[in-house]
Design a protein around this ligand. Structure first.
Ligand SMILES: [Cu+2]
Length: 695
C-alpha cells in the first residue's frame, strides 16, 4: 500500500501556434511601479503578448515584467515567480483580495483567477514592495485587476463593452471573453464572462506527438455594480469560476474540477483635503477534485489509484485611512486580515475503505496593522516608508488514515502529530523604505531597503504523512511537515536608476534604460531538507515501496528516503539584476528589451542552489508601425541553467531561444474606435523541465 506514486510528469511547453487576441500592452505608471494594461506596442512600454504555452494564461503576463517569471505546472496552472521568490512568498492580489488556493498544490493558481481575456491590469513594484500592499509581501506583490465598468462624467447612460476571442492551432485551443456594461456618473453595472478550452498540445512530425495531459477547460462569469454619490463610492462584485478537466502534467494528479465563488464589497469616502477612507471585504468558497487516473495514463496497480477532494472557505478585510499633511507628505494607516479553513482528503476508487485525512480543518489566519508615509521631504527626493505588524495563527485538526491504521510507523506519525501542539502563533514585523532622487531631467536614482517576513504555510507545518503536497513545487519528492517551523525573515536591498531621453541623437529618441540590482538574505528560509528521523524514514519505505524519483542517486534500491524531504528552516540568499530598455528610431521603428538574472543559494548547511530559479533570460522586440498597423518580431531566449538544486535533484536546463511574429491592426476611424486585432505565430519553445509524459 502506498500514498501517491512518485513519478515526475513535467511540463513540455512545446508550442507552434497561431493566435489572434485583443491587444494588451504595458505602461510605465507612477515612478516606482510598472503597470501592464490595455493596449499593444505602445512606445516606452513592455508589451504583453499571448504566451507560448498554448493557452492565454494570465500568469504569462509576468514574463513580460522585469524580474517576473512563471513556474508552469499545466496550461492553466502558472505560479508567480518574482526575483527568485515564488508560490505563497509572492503576494498575488486579485482586485485587492488575497485569494486562497483551493488545493494544497496550487493547481488553481492565484495568477489565473482572472482569465487573461478579462485582465485589465497587472502591476509589480521594481523597488521594495510597500507594506501597504499586503499582509505578507516577502516576494513582492503582483497586483492584478479585472476589467470592469467605469463611471462616466455625464448623467446620460452609456453602454460599455468589449469582446475578445482567439484560437491556437497547436492544441485546437479557443477562447472567448467579453464584458457588457452600462454606466453614468452615479451608477455602473456590468456582466462579464469567458470560456476557454483546448486539447492536448501536439508537437513534432506534423503534430504526431502530444503532451499528455495538457487539455484544459474553464468558464467564468462575474457581475459588478457601483454607486457614486457625492464623496462616497460603493462597489460590489460576484465572481464565479468553473474549471473542468485540466492537465497539470508536472504534478502527480490532474484537475477534475475547481468551483470557486467570490463575493467582494468595497466602500470609499473622500472627505476632502486628501482625507480618504477605504474599506474592503471579501468571502471565498472553493471546492476542488483531482485524481491520477482520469486524464493521464492509469497506474498499473489498482491500489495506486488516488483521488483528492479539497475545499477552502476564506474571507478577508482591509480598512485604510489616508491622512494628508503629515509633514511634507501623507500617512496611510490601516488594519487588514484574513482567515481561511482548508481541508484535503485522499481516497481510492478501487478501495472504498482507503482514506487519508491529509489536512483536516486547517486554519491559517492573519491579522495586520500598518502605517506608511509617502512624500517629498526635500526637493527632488520622493520617499515611501512603511512598517507593519502581523499576527499569524495556524492550527490543524486531528488526522487519521488507512496507512496509519495498517502500518506501525505511519501510526506513530499520526499519533505523534495528533499529540503535538498544532496551534502555532507567529508575530512578525515588516519595514520597507523606498527612495527616488531626481538627479536631472533625464535621470532618477532609486534605492529600496526592506525587512519582510513570511509565516510558514500550512502544508509546511501539517504534512503529517509523506505526501507530494507542496504548494506546487513539482519536484517529484514527498514531503513531511514540521509543526515547529519559524517565519522566514528577509533583508533586502534594491538599487538602480531610470534614464529617459526624449531625444538622443539624430533620429534616435524616446530612449529608456532602467536597470535594477537586488540582494536578499533570508533567515529561516523554508525548504525541504534531508530527513533524519528514523520513524519517518521507516514509514516512507513502507508507504512507498520501490519508490523512484527524478534523478534518484540510487535508483531502484527501493529506498524511499532518497525521495523524502522535510520542511526545514535554513538560511538562503538571492541576488541578481533585471533591466528594461528601449529606443525609437524615426517615426516608424522601435526596439524594446528585457533581461533577467537571478541566483538563489543556500547559505547554511551544505552549499546548494535554491530550487526552480529561472535561468538568465531575455526578450528583444523590434516593432514597425505604419498607418494603423504594427508589425513586430520578437526573440525570447534563456541561457543554460546549471545552478540547480541538488536537494531537489533538479536537472540543468539547456539554452533556448524562439522567434515570435505579430501583426496588429488598430483602426483609427471613428466607428471602429477601441477595436484591436492581432495575429501572431509563436515558434516552438524548448521545455523548461524535461517531460516524461510525451506520447
Ligand atoms: Cu489539486
Amino acid at each position: 500500500m502506498s500514498t501517491l506514486p512518485i513519478t515526475r510528469r513535467l511540463a513540455a511547453l512545446a508550442a507552434g501556434m497561431l493566435i489572434a487576441q485583443p491587444a494588451v500592452w504595458a505602461e510605465q505608471s507612477e515612478l516606482p511601479t510598472l503597470t501592464v494594461e490595455g493596449e499593444l506596442m505602445e512606445p516606452g512600454a513592455v508589451s504583453i503578448q499571448p504566451g507560448a504555452s498554448g493557452t492565454l494564461d494570465s500568469s504569462d503576463f509576468l514574463k513580460h515584467v522585469p524580474g517576473g517569471n512563471v513556474n508552469r505546472n499545466g496550461p492553466i496552472t502558472g505560479i508567480a515567480q518574482f526575483r527568485g521568490s515564488f508560490g505563497q512568498q509572492v503576494n498575488v492580489l486579485t482586485d485587492g483580495m488575497a485569494l486562497r488556493n483551493a488545493g494544497p498544490n496550487a493547481m488553481d493558481s492565484r495568477m489565473s483567477h482572472i482569465p487573461s481575456a478579462l485582465v485589465g491590469k497587472v502591476k509589480i513594484y521594481r523597488e521594495v514592495t510597500p507594506v501597504s500592499t499586503g499582509l505578507e509581501t516577502l516576494g513582492g506583490s503582483v497586483i492584478t485587476e479585472a476589467r470592469k465598468s467605469e463611471f462616466t462624467d455625464s448623467k446620460n447612460w452609456a453602454l460599455q463593452g468589449f469582446a475578445a476571442s482567439g484560437y491556437s492551432e497547436v492544441n485546437d485551443g479557443h477562447y472567448g471573453g467579453g464584458l457588457l456594461g452600462i454606466a453614468n456618473e452615479n451608477y455602473r453595472f456590468h456582466f462579464a464572462g469567458s470560456a476557454e478550452a483546448g486539447r492536448d498540445y501536439r508537437f513534432d512530425d506534423g503534430g504526431n506527438r502530444r503532451v499528455v495531459p495538457s487539455e484544459y477547460e474553464r468558464e467564468t462569469y462575474n457581475v459588478g455594480l457601483g454607486v457614486r454619490r457625492g464623496d462616497h463610492e460603493f462597489g460590489f462584485d460576484y465572481h464565479n469560476k468553473q474549471t473542468g478537466n485540466s492537465g497539470t502534467v508536472s504534478l502527480p494528479m490532474d484537475i477534475l474540477f475547481v468551483d470557486t465563488e467570490v463575493f467582494r464589497g468595497q466602500y470609499a469616502w473622500d472627505f476632502g483635503g486628501g482625507w480618504r477612507l477605504a474599506v474592503q471585504g471579501f468571502y471565498q468558497d472553493a471546492e476542488h477534485g483531482m485524481d491520477n487516473f482520469s486524464l493521464r495514463n492509469v497506474p498499473s496497480d489498482p491500489a495506486r489509484f488516488r483521488r483528492m477532494d479539497t475545499g477552502v472557505e476564506a474571507g478577508g478585510y482591509k480598512m485604510a485611512l489616508t491622512i494628508p499633511g503629515v509633514g511634507p507628505g501623507s500617512l496611510e494607516v490601516g488594519v487588514d486580515g484574513d482567515v481561511g479553513v482548508h481541508d484535503t482528503t485522499v481516497s481510492n476508487p478501487n478501495n472504498a475503505n482507503f482514506f487519508v485525512d491529509a489536512f483536516n480543518s486547517v486554519n491559517r489566519d492573519r491579522y495586520g496593522i500598518y502605517a506608511e508615509w509617502s512624500g517629498l521631504p526635500v526637493d527632488r527626493l520622493t520617499v515611501n516608508a512603511g512598517a507593519r505588524y502581523r499576527y499569524t495563527y495556524l492550527d490543524a485538526g486531528i488526522v487519521d488514515g488507512t496507512p496509519a491504521r495498517m502500518m506501525a510507523p505511519a501510526g506513530m506519525l499520526r499519533d505523534r502529530f495528533n499529540n503535538s501542539d498544532r496551534s502555532q502563533d507567529q508575530h512578525d514585523f515588516d519595514i520597507a523604505l523606498n527612495l527616488r532622487y531626481q538627479l536631472n531631467d533625464d535621470l532618477d536614482l532609486v534605492m529600496g531597503l526592506a525587512r519582510k517576513t513570511h509565516a510558514p504555510e500550512y502544508q509546511q507545518l501539517y504534512n503529517w504523512l509523506p505526501l507530494e503536497t507542496t504548494g506546487g513545487l513539482a519536484d517529484g519528492r514527498v514531503y513531511i511537515g514540521d509543526v515547529n517551523l519559524d517565519s522566514e525573515k528577509s533583508y533586502e536591498a534594491v538599487v538602480g536608476f531610470d534614464l529617459r531621453m526624449p531625444q538622443v541623437i539624430g533620429d534616435l529618441r524616446d530612449l529608456y534604460f532602467e536597470p535594477r540590482g537586488f540582494y536578499r538574505y533570508v533567515n529561516d528560509y523554508i525548504q525541504g531538507d534531508r530527513v533524519t528521523d528514523p520513524t519517518t524514514i521507516m514509514a516512507a519505505n513502507m508507504l512507498l515501496p520501490g519508490a523512484t524519483c527524478p534523478n534518484d542517486p540510487t535508483p531502484g534500491d527501493g529506498n524511499a528516503a532518497d525521495c523524502l524531504l522535510q520542511w526545514s528552516n535554513i538560511d538562503a540568499q538571492l541576488y541578481g539584476a533585471d533591466l528594461r530598455t528601449g529606443v525609437a528610431y524615426g517615426d516608424h521603428f522601435r526596439l524594446d528589451g528585457l533581461l533577467n538574472y537571478t541566483r538563489g543559494e543556500r547559505v547554511s548547511g551544505p552549499s546548494d542552489n535554491l530550487y526552480r530559479i529561472a535561468p538568465l533570460n531575455w526578450r528583444l522586440r523590434g516593432t514597425y508601425h505604419w498607418w494603423d498597423l504594427a508589425f513586430s518580431t520578437e526573440v525570447v531566449g534563456a541561457f543554460r541553467q546549471t545552478s540547480t538544486s541538488a536537494f531537489n535533484n533538479e536537472l540543468p536546463s539547456e539554452a533556448w531561444h524562439i522567434f515570435n511574429l505579430r501583426l496588429s491592426y488598430q483602426p483609427t476611424f471613428k466607428q471602429a474606435q477601441g477595436l484591436k486585432l492581432a495575429v501572431g505565430v509563436d515558434n516552438r519553445q524548448q521545455p523548461i523541465h524535461r517531460p516524461s509524459q510525451w506520447t
